[in-house]
Design a protein around this ligand. Structure first.
Ligand code: ARG
Length: 643
């Protein structure tokens, strides 16, 4: 997220020059705050209402026809019919340089900005602040009035695939959403730690290690660790299931004989032998040696893990993601888990049940959470147990203000149990700092060749598809410097935008044709809008650094004014996104803007206009490009300049 600056300059300005009397009001960062402040102060004077009461109730609007800001007067809790009150307050509002006389509409007052000051302010800012426009570093300050207190810290745990198993759609969504959340918190000024919690421990490593001796190949491992390990894993699993048959059969024979009170000693000896040489049992023993710290066993496991991580890093880089920490189930210290058992026991949370240790949530005011095993009969920990160890370790290691787990909704129960156990153990405060961000399923994710195994397979497919599409326009295609790279980016954009369309909890159907289309609100459409603005700038041959000095008074058309009004909303959209934590909040804003842009091109022509009109319009388009670029980057996309 290094390319995502929080507006530091504006921040320091904020803390010295212009401290607002209103909480959460940052006029140097957010143009709409100037207006909110103005409205609150003026209305307060005119109608004798506490300005502090007005300010937080001034809302942004969903569409421009409803005004730039609106005040639902009922929220002021004044004893008067709201419709009457709206009329009354609107009529009292004094003449203003910044806004038109407000219009009462039912129980609302609508405020429309006067174009000139808005355009000067908004375009001036965007062209100066560039990628920092819209960011708000105050949000992540422990105390915005005292920067020496430092930033708030957040851990975002996401992606978290299982080594040697497929990277499925759930991991893809977690990666996309987690990357987006990391960006949002970064531009809001938080100190963000991106953590990958790998599934890198358990009996399957025993299987894998033994399988590698039979089916593995050093060269193939180095070349493509993820696919090779998966191949090995599939092969040994096949052996395991082949061996299961005869074992099951013998067990049944023994059972039948026992029922007839016949001697089973010989069969039992046979069974023991079969089990002893089975891959499953060998895997169990191997994993036991790993748990016991056998250096040789651990070295092989570490090699698998390290090589896989190297490969994952390359794939994540294509999605503009780099993790700060590769943690994983293997990294959780056994002391952390035993400490947790002790706490649970002391707090009377856990109990013994048939040799295992369990937590019965129904006895602790959480009926829906059922029961969970914490320690198996044989003393080994489970997935949940490691998470319990991990949560306290992370708290001790990082002292975070907040932690987010980005995990599929299938694991809702798991995370609810984790947070509840944490609370019951006496870490109520820790539990309250943690949040599960969940999401629905992707249906039918498959490549053209069959079912998906790994992220790279999907990305290769969408890239190929976009390459085909690009080739259809020969002229443009010939101008693209590195078409394969561009096709790759466009493919990735397609996947990500489809994933971010709609709320997180909703699943969706993976549809290669729909996502790579230029029709409708798709990734390629968004990229096209950006590339078109870049092309316009190139063709205009104007000096970009001079655009800020353009004569904005020449932007008089309604299309121009409306576009600026929309650009002015970007800081509010980001703030709103920091609340919803939904990528769609950003995405639908960007589509709204690109639609408005499309309908502006014919009305606001650049090429062929008078020089100063041309410069002013180019300043407007350059600002739109900047905001589009900022928005795309927050989503984790790489905006292209040509396609
Ligand atoms: N590796 C897990 C899986 O693939 C996801 C891990 C989620 N995070 C956690 N702390 N449990 O299902």
């Amino acid at each position: 997220a290094a390319s995502l600056p929080a507006s530091v300059e504006a921040l320091s300005l904020q803390s010295t020059a212009e401290k607002s009397q209103f909480a959460g009001c940052f006029p140097t960062l957010n143009p709409m705050d100037i207006y909110r402040q103005h409205i609150a102060v003026e209305l307060s004077k005119a109608a004798d209402i506490d300005a502090q009461k007005i300010y937080p109730r001034i809302a942004w609007t969903s569409t421009l026809d409803k005004g730039d800001l609106s005040l639902p007067v009922a929220s002021l809790q004044i004893k008067q019919n709201p419709v009457e009150l709206a009329k009354d307050l609107a009529s009292k509002f004094p003449a203003s340089d910044l806004i038109h006389p407000p219009t009462p509409l039912g129980p609302h007052i609508q405020f429309f900005c006067k174009p000139k000051p808005l355009i000067d302010n908004v375009l001036g800012r965007i062209l100066k602040e560039k990628s920092a426009f819209g960011t708000n570093g105050n949000q992540g300050q422990k105390d915005p009035s005292d920067p020496s207190k430092g930033q708030k810290k957040i851990i975002i745990e996401f992606s978290s695939p299982n080594i040697a198993k497929p990277f499925h759609a759930g991991h893809l969504r977690s990666t996309i959403i987690g990357g987006f959340l990391a960006n949002i918190y970064t531009v809001m000024g938080w100190d963000v730690i991106k953590m990958n919690y790998l599934g890198d421990w358990g009996k399957q490593y025993g299987l894998l290690a033994n399988g590698f001796k039979d089916f593995g190949n050093e060269e193939a491992l180095i070349k493509d660790p993820i696919n090779h390990l998966f191949d090995v894993y599939v092969k040994v699993n096949r052996q395991v299931s082949e061996q299961e048959g005869p074992i099951k059969e013998l067990k049944e024979q023994i059972k039948a004989k026992k029922e007839k009170s016949e001697d089973v000693a010989e069969l039992e000896a046979q069974l023991a032998k079969l089990v002893d040489v089975s891959e499953d049992e060998k895997a169990r023993r191997y994993f036991k040696s790993m748990e016991d710290g056998d250096p040789e066993a651990l070295a092989l496991w570490r090699k698998f893990r390290d090589l896989s991580i190297e490969k994952y890093k390359q794939t994540y880089a294509r999605l503009n993601i780099d993790f700060d920490v590769y943690s994983g189930e293997s990294q959780i210290k056994s002391e952390s888990m035993t400490d947790a058992y002790k706490l649970m026991e002391q707090a009377g949370v856990s109990e013994k049940s048939e040799g295992a240790v369990i937590v019965d949530f129904t006895k602790h005011g959480a009926k829906k959470l059922g029961k969970a095993i914490i320690v198996r009969k044989d003393g080994t920990p489970l997935y949940l147990t490691r998470d319990i160890g991990a949560i306290t370790e992370r708290d001790n290691d990082y002292h975070f203000d907040k932690m987010i787990y980005v995990v599929a909704a299938q694991q809702d129960l798991h995370l609810a149990q984790l947070f509840k156990v944490t609370e019951l153990m006496g870490h109520k405060d820790l539990a309250s700092r943690c949040q599960h961000i969940n999401f629905g399923m992707v249906r039918g994710m498959s490549t053209r060749k069959g079912t998906v195994k790994f992220l790279d397979d999907i990305l290769r497919d969408v890239g190929d598809k976009m390459h085909e599409v690009m080739k259809k326009n020969e002229v443009k295609y010939s101008q693209v410097e590195d078409p394969v790279k561009t096709a790759d980016i466009l493919g990735i954009t397609s996947v990500m935008v489809q994933d971010m369309t709609g709320k997180r909890v909703n699943g969706y159907d993976f549809n290669l044709d729909a996502m790579t289309s230029f029709e409708g609100d798709t990734g390629p459409y968004l990229q096209y809008a950006h590339a078109r603005l870049c092309s316009m700038a190139r063709k205009s041959e104007l000096d970009v650094n001079e655009l800020v000095n353009a004569n904005f008074d020449l932007l008089t058309e309604q299309h121009a004014v409306d576009l600026v009004r929309l650009l002015a909303q970007w800081p509010d959209v980001l703030l709103q996104t920091a609340k919803t934590l939904e990528p769609i909040t950003v995405l639908s804003y960007l589509f709204k803007m690109t639609h408005m842009l499309s309908s502006s091109y014919d009305v606001l022509k650049v090429i062929g206009s008078e020089p100063d009109v041309k410069q002013a319009r180019m300043a407007l388009y350059a600002s739109a490009r900047q905001v589009l670029n900022n928005g795309m980057r927050v989503l984790g996309l790489s905006p292209v300049e040509r396609m």
